[in-house]
Design a protein around this ligand. Structure first.
Ligand code: NAD
Ligand code: UFG
Length: 343
């Protein structure tokens, strides 16, 4: 059984990926310091897959601990590196925390890979590197724009650090996955997104409003140059996204990569506006979400959606879930959280 190290594996995207890895026959070692996740997630993963992944509570910025942990599990074939802080607003007020956490973690892993003879790394990047693209849908060859936040900048710098490192050491290879907007939960509702405090992202805000935890959703702007005036994004089902990681790992292990560093957009290819997403959510789940239009949120991109043709062709991966099913899964998860709170 091939061993995969998953940093940030108790987090939102990480936990869904661990499920898919285990269901594809990989042995998973999770490294997470639980700064933005809960150890109970391991129970959810176990319920779905029948296997409790190995878990190490380690901070990836701590080189010595990380080194010792990797030493404990010889023969790791690939790393999937999710561990990062991701709150855009917080990164503006605490930039050094973000640069230290996100970049030192990555540098430690890249330094430890040759030491432990680990050749492959998959990195969680973001469509944030494109800023507001000049051409839509955006391809991987679009120019990288100046980041609008320290968080976004950590993704851009991380991509450069990985590329420079691999150019200097051809024994290593990397796949950079640029996610668009991951949403939804596992269809079993055993795992899902666990936002800390007031959600920054649209869908958890919608589900928390629908369940009564928030009084109303604020729609940030209806005066954009889009058909209904609200911003457009490419919302991608988290399980579909997770599956792309398994394919990326298999591709590296089978040495099917065409170059040492490959980059893929992970999106559906379809853009939806805030108001459209809200409307579909209410219809498919038969719930009302009170909302009001407020001013624009600083730093928001007007519209972005993916051209996923490269991932479709090279990885043989395609987003499968309908947005309706994805929004149902998000609601089912919110109901499950309510049930847990009331227990
Ligand atoms: P998340 O916060 O749910 O998961 C990240 C996990 O990393 C958490 O469990 C957290 O405890 C852990 N972590 C953070 N710093 C760590 C450290 N120093 N050492 C060990 N563990 C640490 O976030 P997510 O949504 O699952 O995102 C996963 C990755 O995908 C991140 O790199 C994020 O930047 C990237 N990404 C997310 C989105 C999104 O919209 N969710 C979009 C694009 C890219
Ligand atoms: N929005 C609202 N009200 C809210 C929350 C969001 O109207 O309460 C709107 C935003 O203005 C935006 C859209 O919903 O137009 C989506 O917003 P999100 O915050 O959910 O997502 P973003 O596209 O702004 O950013 C997300 C992640 C970033 C990541 C980026 C690209 O938060 O970390 O996707 O992957 F970089």
């Amino acid at each position: 059984m091939d061993r995969i190290l998953v940093t940030g594996g108790t987090g939102y995207i990480g936990s869904h990926t661990v499920v898919e890895l285990q269901q594809s026959g990989f042995e998973v070692i999770i490294v997470d310091n639980l700064v933005n996740s809960n150890v109970d997630v391991l129970c959810g993963i176990e319920k779905i897959t029948g296997v409790r992944p190995i878990f190490e509570n380690v901070d990836c910025t701590e080189y010595v601990n990380l080194d010792r942990t990797i030493e404990k599990y010889p023969g790791i074939k690939a790393i999937i590196h999710f561990a990062a802080l991701k709150a855009v607003g917080e990164s503006v007020s605490h930039p050094l925390e973000y640069y230290r956490n996100n970049l030192v973690s990555l540098i430690n892993l890249l330094e430890l890979m040759p030491k432990h003879k680990i050749e492959n790394i998959v990195f969680s990047s973001s469509c944030t590197v494109y800023g507001q693209p000049d051409v839509l849908p955006v391809t991987e060859d679009a120019p990288i724009k100046k980041a609008l936040s320290p968080y976004g900048n950590t993704k851009k710098i991380a991509e450069d650090i990985i590329t420079d490192t691999i150019n200097a050491n051809h024994a290593l290879s990397a796949i950079l996955l640029r996610y668009f907007n991951p949403i939804g939960a596992h269809p079993s509702a055993e795992i899902g997104e666990l936002p800390n405090g007031v959600p920054n992202n649209l869908l958890p805000y919608i589900t928390q409003t629908a369940i009564g935890l928030r009084s109303e959703l604020k729609v940030f702007g209806n005066d954009y140059n889009t058909p209904d005036g609200s911003c457009i994004r490419d919302y991608i089902n988290v399980v579909d996204l997770a599956k792309a990681h398994v394919i990326a790992v298999q591709r590296m292990l089978q040495k099917k990569q065409k170059s040492d560093v490959e980059i893929f957009n992970l999106g559906t290819g379809r853009g939806l506006s805030v108001l459209e997403l809200l409307d579909i959510f209410q219809k498919v789940n038969k719930v009302k979400v009170p909302y009001k239009i407020v001013g624009r949120r600083e730093g928001d991109i007007e519209q972005v959606w993916a051209n996923p043709a490269r991932a479709n062709k090279e990885l043989g991966w395609k987003a499968q879930s309908s947005v309706e099913d994805t929004l149902k899964s998000a609601w089912k998860w919110e109901l499950k959280l309510k049930e847990r709170r009331e227990k």
